[in-house]
Ligand binder design. Structure first.
Ligand code: ASP
Length: 296
């Protein structure tokens, strides 16, 4: 089975091919995430993603397998086509979980990850018009923090969750983060337990939206822990959003969660109305879309 945030639909056929061939959940989530990273029309993931405030595209990604709870992640990675695969390589080849910035770029080059200029001409143009004029005269970036665009208008991330024939769960998350973010800012997406978590005793979960909130609340871990305690997929998602609501926030929280329980049930929830997620399970001809419950 596969579950993804709605923008993951373009990748699910690739994850499906892995699972139908008897492949592992971790291979499936990586395979399903790569096409989303390549999609220039997705302005929130990989190529074509929004740059940070100084015009650099800095990408975050995570993978985690639920059987061993091994994980790998990269943050603020520049110039590589598939952050999710660099995250996978961190898991496979380093005794670390999270590598960021120049160290992540050095590692990506050492393992032969494909380089790519991730800033599209369209995004470069948008940054030139909207943000570059504000930087003239050496304005300290901290004074421009308010520019970081609300993820409701200029955010997004892809979450992909899988359960394979052996009952192994996995999650992958990939994002360009908030538009015009402060350089070096990491969101929830590369943080184990915040943007994604997998544990075969419960299942897998992923978050999108205001990552700062999911970091503070440990949201993905919370969903999986609720599943492991026997709560339904819908209840687990609802409980995590109710918990987020208790955080002190300057503006109304915007967070979305999806989960895929170890028994194959799944759900999505959002602080906002009319949000969806996509899923596929063995026997289905096509990917289907389902409504997320709204937890206002
Ligand atoms: N969660 C992502 C981040 O905070 C952004 C998003 O999903 O809109 O970087």
């Amino acid at each position: 089975m596969l579950v993804a945030s709605a923008n993951g639909a373009v990748g699910l056929p690739f994850g499906r091919a892995v699972l139908e061939a008897g492949g592992s959940a971790i291979d499936a989530v990586e395979a399903a995430t790569r096409p989303v990273e390549d999609d220039p029309s997705d302005q929130t993931v990989g190529y074509g993603g929004f740059p940070n405030v100084v015009g650099d595209v800095e990408l975050d990604a995570l993978v985690m397998e639920g059987t061993t709870r091994r994980s790998g992640a990269v943050g603020a990675l520049r110039g590589f086509r598939h952050p999710v695969s660099v995250a996978r390589a961190v898991m496979e080849r380093l005794p670390h979980v999270l590598v960021v910035g120049p160290g992540a770029e050095r590692f990506a080059a050492e393992v032969g990850a494909e380089e790519r200029e991730m800033l599209t001409p369209a995004m470069a143009d948008l940054w030139e018009r909207r943000v570059a004029p504000r930087l003239e005269g050496g304005t300290p970036l901290v004074g421009l923090a308010g520019l970081a665009a609300d993820p409701e208008r200029a955010g997004g991330t892809v979450d992909v969750l899988a359960l394979d024939r052996e009952g192994r769960s996995a999650v992958a998350v990939s994002t360009s983060g908030w538009a015009w973010k402060y350089p070096g800012r990491l969101g929830d997406s590369p943080i184990v337990g915040a943007g994604g978590y997998a544990d075969d005793r419960g299942g897998a979960a992923g978050c999108t939206g205001m990552g700062e909130l999911a970091i503070r609340a440990g949201t993905a871990r919370m969903v999986v822990a609720a599943l492991a305690e026997g709560r339904s997929a819908e209840e687990a998602c609802r409980a995590a959003i109710v918990d987020l609501r208790r955080l002190g926030t300057d503006r109304p929280p915007l967070v979305h969660v999806v989960c895929l329980a170890a028994d194959g049930s799944h759900a999505g929830a959002s602080t906002h109305p009319a949000r969806t997620y996509v899923y596929w399970e063995e026997g289905m001809d096509d990917v289907a879309e389902a409504a997320r419950i709204e937890v206002p």
